[in-house]
Design a protein around this ligand. Structure first.
Ligand code: HEC
Ligand code: HEC
Ligand code: HEC
Ligand code: HEC
Length: 439
């Protein structure tokens, strides 16, 4: 058990970062995803609500809303509906990390990319997003509303290519109970028959397909599946446009190799001519790759408080915002430290991570600018520039993995360091290759 997080240990974390960034990249050790066991301290719940009182559900399109559960699960419903304020005031990532404008050129993310907002506003945010254009398709609703998940279950992948604007009228519910519980709320397993008629887990076809073996064998904790179904790395199937995930993969090195193998390109950088990939938000992947003691914790352990009556608070929070989580989860292992000390160290670690991300991002932008200049000069052939373009794709993928993961490296410091280290190295090698081009 970890005793204390006092300055000595904190310094060690920063040193590990320094070392990891200085040494050459090693591929992150692969750990089987799933198999997350919540620690005893966070498992004090019993399922509330009697299964026989559940409303009868006859069709898959009959999506129950919080109002339907209000009398049965008042605590869950009221905390869920209270999730309307972002954890941190909404900011543009493009202003936090200005290098993004350079490296994302050619992708919609160069236009607009904000820090996350609550589940209650996910659907409206998508509808308002400047990234949505006339060309956008309904597939963009995948992780914003259960209505899309149900439409995909009933209609199949053909729903994915319908124009976003025409589906907009039918997609009216933001993330709700159904997304994680179907119409059987409770702290159940991913199979309602097994758990007193309740369900907790993923309602997303793509996630259930990609991770079928860990789900069906019960190795994936339902409290990770419920979140992982949306908070993960995916791509658009080039044939159908539907959300798809590399089967069973969570490791960024493995997924990059897979995308190269299938020849996937998400967008072309018009300045450099490079065929680029865009990482989504691999929180699940990074947590699944974690091999530290924290791997025993689920997303819910760190992001959902427990109410005094033992029920789960459904307003999303996190270790930096909730002293309840720090006291009841973190400090059970990190004994000998106070809540205030832990909070201050977490804040320092976050700032340090942001510093490392900025260093790597600035290098990436420098490399991108140099390649853009070489491309624009018109002096070089595709044969000369294509290998350097491949380096841009490579270096950016690993930086983007850390950037889009939202935790600023905190979910898995080892993997974050390894990715940024690789990115820096490849960006510098790319700059060296440009310097060697005939003048
Ligand atoms: C149906 C898809 C979906 C599921 C399921 C889901 N999320 Fe989210 N989550 C999102 C989206 C989309 C956003 C960003 C919304 C926005 O920015 O408008 C988000 C945002 C968040 C945020 C940021 C909130 C804030 O105010 O800053 C946290 C934390 C979070 N989710 C944690 C979780 C956890 C933990 C779970 C599982 C208990 C989970 N999510 C399940 C889609 C989902
Ligand atoms: C984003 C996913 C998500 C959504 C949406 C969601 N839940 Fe939950 N719910 C969970 C998780 C995760 C747990 C179990 C937490 C744990 O294991 O620590 C849970 C637990 C429960 C439980 C078991 C008792 C308890 O409180 O622990 C009930 C009942 C419940 N939820 C009802 C609801 C209702 C009603 C809604 C809609 C108002 C809802 N949930 C929406 C993820 C979700
Ligand atoms: C060991 C605790 C821990 C676990 C387990 C964990 N997280 Fe986090 N999470 C954090 C910390 C710490 C942060 C970064 C600090 C912050 O919120 O800004 C964070 C940040 C986030 C954010 C960004 C929040 C924001 O508003 O910027 C999201 C989204 C998120 N986590 C989702 C998840 C999901 C999904 C899982 C499960 C796959 C998960 N987390 C598992 C501790 C954890
Ligand atoms: C199951 C026990 C356990 C729990 C619960 C736990 N930790 Fe840890 N934590 C560890 C251990 C052990 C380490 C040392 C790294 C390792 O080898 O896993 C560690 C390392 C850390 C570090 C890096 C410290 C350093 O300097 O090396 C931070 C930061 C941290 N934990 C924060 C948290 C937060 C925040 C929470 C609550 C969300 C938490 N921990 C919950 C066991 C735990």
């Amino acid at each position: 058990m970890a005793k204390t997080l006092k300055t000595k240990k904190f310094t060690r974390t920063l040193m590990l970062w320094g070392i990891a960034l200085a040494l050459s990249a090693g591929v992150v050790a692969l750990s089987a995803c799933g198999a997350k066991k919540a620690p005893a301290n966070s498992q004090a719940q019993t399922t509330t609500g009697a299964p026989q009182a559940f409303p009868t559900v006859t069709t898959a399109t009959n999506i129950k809303t919080p109002a339907d559960w209000k009398s049965m699960f008042p605590e869950e419903v009221s905390s869920f509906l209270a999730d309307t304020t972002p954890l941190t005031p909404v900011k543009s990532y493009l202003s936090i990390f200005p290098f993004m404008k350079t490296i994302y050129a050619g992708s919609a993310f160069a236009k607009s990319y904000n820090t996350p907002e609550p589940h209650q506003s996910a659907l409206q945010d998508a509808k308002n997003s400047p990234r949505i254009t006339q060309k956008s398709t309904a597939t963009c609703f995948s992780c914003k509303t259960p209505q899309y998940a149900v439409a995909q279950q009933t209609q199949g992948d053909k729903i994915a290519s319908v124009p976003f604007t025409s589906e907009s009228r039918t997609m009216t519910m933001s993330i709700t109970c159904y997304d994680c519980h179907k119409n059987y709320p409770g702290k159940g397993s991913q199979n309602k028959a097994q758990d007193n008629g309740t369900f907790l887990g993923s309602t997303r076809t793509a996630f259930n397909t990609a991770f079928a073996s860990t789900i069906s064998t019960g190795k994936m904790n339902p409290a990770n599946a419920a979140c992982g179904q949306c908070h993960n790395e995916y791509y658009f199937d080039p044939k159908t446009g539907a959300v798809a995930m590399p089967k069973g993969m969570t490791d960024p090195f493995q997924i990059f190799a897979y995308y190269n193998k299938i020849g996937l390109t998400d967008y072309v950088n018009p300045n450099t001519g490079a065929h680029m990939l865009k990482v989504q938000h691999p929180e699940y992947d990074m947590c699944a790759d974690d091999t530290s003691q924290h791997a025993s914790l689920t997303c819910a352990d760190c992001h959902m408080e427990k109410n005094a009556d033992g029920t789960t608070n459904h307003k999303m929070t996190g270790p930096l915002y909730s002293s309840e989580i720090r006291k009841n989860v973190c400090l059970t292992c990190h004994t000998g430290t106070t809540d205030a000390e832990l909070l201050s160290e977490l804040q320092q670690i976050k700032v340090a991570f942001e510093g490392q991300i900025t260093t790597t991002g600035n290098e990436m932008a420098k490399f991108t600018d140099q390649l853009a200049a070489a491309n624009k000069s018109g002096k070089y052939t595709a044969a000369q520039l294509d290998p350097i373009r491949a380096q841009e794709r490579d270096a950016q993928w690993f930086l983007d993995w850390v950037l889009t993961e939202n935790s600023k490296g905190m979910h898995n410091p080892t993997e974050a360091a390894s990715c940024m280290n690789h990115s820096l190295e490849v960006a510098k090698a790319g700059e060296a290759a440009i310097a060697k081009l005939p003048k």
